[in-house]
Design a binder for this molecule. Structure first.
Ligand code: DAT
Ligand code: MG
Length: 147
């Protein structure tokens, strides 16, 4: 079953949006298989955002993601990588549709509430970077037969 890495960023934790965000993915029908509230080291932040290291905003991005606790998660389900991205909305909340997480809760690209893996390759890389094997659980939900 497909898995993705999602993270409520420090702004989402500070703004009490963890429950709202978890609820949206639960109601959609996805299954939470890993989760932890954690502070992020600069080393982890730099590895996570390595693809952006030449961008002018890289330093600010690392400062922001290490500025307070994040809520890191692994979610599982049909087409969860692409669907989670569409539920998040566009990177810049100014372009994100209403009804998406960024469209509903954010105004600036610097503080856009949530991270989600953007491809099967990045999901695999990010899950391995953020979670150990024994932190990602496999368990059955009887409701799955109805989704
Ligand atoms: P996404 O988070 O939608 O995958 P991304 O991978 O292009 O977007 O960028 C990672 C994060 O970097 C993004 O969530 C917010 C920040 N960022 C992207 N573009 C930016 C910009 N032009 N100015 C400031 N921060 C930016
Ligand atoms: Mg990205």
């Amino acid at each position: 079953m497909e898995k993705t890495f999602l993270m409520v960023k420090p702004d989402g934790v500070q703004r009490n949006l963890v429950g709202e965000i978890v609820s949206r993915f639960e109601k959609k029908g996805y299954q939470l298989v890993g989760a932890k509230l954690m502070t992020v080291s600069r080393e982890l932040a730099e590895k996570h955002y390595a693809e952006h290291k030449e961008r002018p905003f890289f330093g600010e991005l690392v400062d922001f993601i290490t500025s307070g606790p994040v809520f890191a998660m692994v979610w599982q389900g049909n087409n969860v990588i692409a669907n989670a991205r569409s539920m998040m909305g566009k990177t810049n909340p100014a372009d994100a549709a209403s009804g998406t997480i960024r469209g509903d809760f954010a105004t600036s690209v610097g503080m856009n509430i949530i991270h989600g893996s953007d491809s099967p390759e990045s999901a695999e890389r990010e899950i391995a970077l953020w979670f150990s094997n024994d932190e990602v659980l496999a368990y059955d939900k009887t409701i799955q037969a109805w989704i």
